[in-house]
Design a protein around this ligand. Structure first.
Ligand SMILES: [Zn+2]
Length: 250
């Protein structure tokens, strides 16, 4: 077995608070209307193989996300992979934008697995929302968060509502992990955990098992030969390809 440091995470954010003189459709609200900038309310995360879903949240009275960002960036930097649903286009840029404001340093890049990217590019679901995919796979869906929850947290500084939001967020992280476990096998791996654990390239990139079988030889457009292998661990069974040269060195 290998030790995989996979970090599943999700964030909840607050809305901007601002003035608007009328309500309706086809309205334009410029950034000069913002009075209080949006921020990150909570970051929930879970390590693969652990039961606990951790939660970092802002102080509901101060509503500042600096402290939780410092903590989370430290945690994320320990991960081999960070996994989020729409993490590449939503959560990560959000974190980066808030870190920039507070002057918190973070890596310019992370090995990120975005389950939304996998679902969009490799499947054809009726909807690519985590809620739908969870239901489709019989894993359960998300709890719908009502508008009043944000209002109670941001304007009324309600602790009970904050707790509720954290609970929802933690639940989403559990669902994210379950969905990831089902989808990941259908996409190429991003980290070779066998090599990370000090084993050969021919070992399984998921579990590090050296008991693998070769399936077929593939030849790329440039004429390079690659071998498709499969892990023979009955719980894993991961398919992966490596260059023929690495296979010969075995
Ligand atoms: Zn394996």
């Amino acid at each position: 077995m290998t030790e995989r440091k996979r970090l599943f995470f999700d964030i909840e954010t607050s809305p901007n608070i601002g003035f608007f003189w009328s309500a309706g459709y086809k309205l334009q609200i410029g950034y000069e209307n913002i009075i209080t900038e949006r921020a990150i309310i909570c970051i929930c995360f879970k390590w693969e193989g652990e039961k606990k879903v951790h939660a970092l949240h802002w102080d509901v009275r101060k509503q500042c996300d600096k402290r939780i960002l410092i903590k989370f960036i430290r945690i994320a930097s320990e991960a081999d992979e960070i996994i989020g649903h729409n993490g590449d286009r939503y959560d990560l840029p959000w974190l980066r934008t808030r870190c920039l404001l507070h002057g918190i340093e973070m890596f310019p890049d992370y090995t990120s697995v975005d389950t939304l990217k996998i679902s969009k590019s490799r499947f054809r679901f009726n909807s690519n929302r985590l809620d739908y995919i969870g239901q489709y796979l019989g894993l359960g869906g998300k709890i719908k968060t009502e508008y009043s929850l944000w209002k109670n947290i941001v304007l009324n500084k309600c602790l009970k509502s904050l707790d509720k939001m954290i609970q929802y967020c933690q639940r989403d992280v559990r669902l994210l992990e379950k969905v990831y476990q089902r989808l990941a096998k259908y996409a190429p791996h991003k980290v070779h955990y066998g090599v990370l654990a000090g084993h050969a390239r021919t070992t399984c990139p998921e579990c590090g098992n050296s008991h693998v079988r070769s399936h077929q030889i593939r030849v790329t457009a440039a004429g390079y030969k690659r071998i498709r292998l499969q892990c023979l661990d009955h719980k894993c069974g991961r398919y992966f390809t490596i260059p023929e040269s690495a296979f010969k060195q075995k």
